[in-house]
Design a protein around this ligand. Structure first.
Ligand code: ADP
Ligand code: MG
Length: 263
């Protein structure tokens, strides 16, 4: 069976700025992978390009369950089973979470709301269902609601960009448990972050370290330990990778994926 997500030699640029420089990644169904990388390494760009945001020059290959992802329109990618979780989920006043889920299921040809009830129970979001989407939820509750929405929609690949950012440690634990609960033989989960602390609560099948636009090393729990003690510098030193001069540059801020404060 084809991997849920397969990326080979992915190169992404904007003008003369190279952001991804030959990224390779394979995530089989049923697994949770973490991509860890310092700010500016290209993690959000990877999410944007996979989910179909325009404005990038893209070369290389990316497939979703064997189907060519890069040739699909944004809505096609979503219908085929790719979901991107927002770093800062937006509030949608006037649209209840239940209505949002019913409409989304309807689009996919699924009727009846039993799945909504069952998953809401499982992710403890029942009391959010009749409220406007994300209205007055805490940071951790918003992330839990996002994971609940993914569980209802049953994606093939769930990309979670910095799902732990801006959360206190109890919320990080709660969100980690929700991610683990979403694990299923039919879903591949890609959890993207620059902090290693979430790995105290979540045990991904594989950890990939991303720097300067490519995956530079992959491994198991020992990589999390190395990051926790020595940070990215330790990995850079071990692999003999020089720091590139211009890693972080000024650019227009991105409402959905930028960290609004330094944490
Ligand atoms: P990360 O999510 O790992 O922090 P990003 O993908 O946001 O990294 O950014 C990677 C690099 O690409 C950074 O140097 C950033 O400044 C640059 N970059 C991202 N988006 C744009 C853009 N729209 N225009 C120019 N440069 C960009
Ligand atoms: Mg980012």
């Amino acid at each position: 069976m084809a991997a849920a997500l397969q990326i080979a030699g992915l190169e992404v640029r904007i003008g003369d700025k190279e952001i991804l420089r030959g990224l390779d990644l394979e995530v089989p169904f049923g697994e949770i992978h973490a991509i860890m990388g310092p700010n500016g390494s290209g993690k959000s760009t990877l999410c944007h390009v996979l989910s179909g945001k325009t404005g990038y020059e893209v070369a290389g290959l990316a497939t979703l369950a064997g189907a060519d992802l890069l040739s699909m329109d944004v809505d096609e990618r979503a219908r085929e089973g790719l979901i991107l979780g927002f770093q800062y989920p937006i509030e949608v006043p006037g649209v209840s979470l239940r209505v949002l889920m019913e409409e989304a299921l309807d689009e996919r040809g699924v009727t009846g709301n039993e799945r909504i009830t069952v998953e809401a129970e499982r992710f403890d979001t029942t009391r959010f269902l009749e409220r406007s989407v994300n209205d007055d939820l805490s940071g951790g509750e918003k992330k839990r609601s996002e994971i609940f929405q993914m569980a209802v929609l049953e994606p093939k690949v769930a990309l979670l960009d910095e799902i732990d950012s801006g959360l206190d440690i109890d919320a990080v634990r709660e969100v980690s448990e929700a991610v683990e609960a979403m694990r299923s033989p039919d879903i591949a989960i890609v959890m993207i972050t620059h902090y290693s602390r979430i790995l105290r609560y979540l045990s991904p099948d594989k950890i990939h370290v991303m720097m300067d636009g490519r995956i530079i090393t992959s491994g198991g729990p020992e990589l999390a330990e190395e990051l926790e003690t020595g940070g990215y510098e330790a990995i850079r030193t071990r692999l003999g990778i020089e720091k590139r001069a211009e890693t972080v540059e000024k650019r227009p801020s991105d409402f959905f994926t930028d960290t609004p404060f330094d944490v």
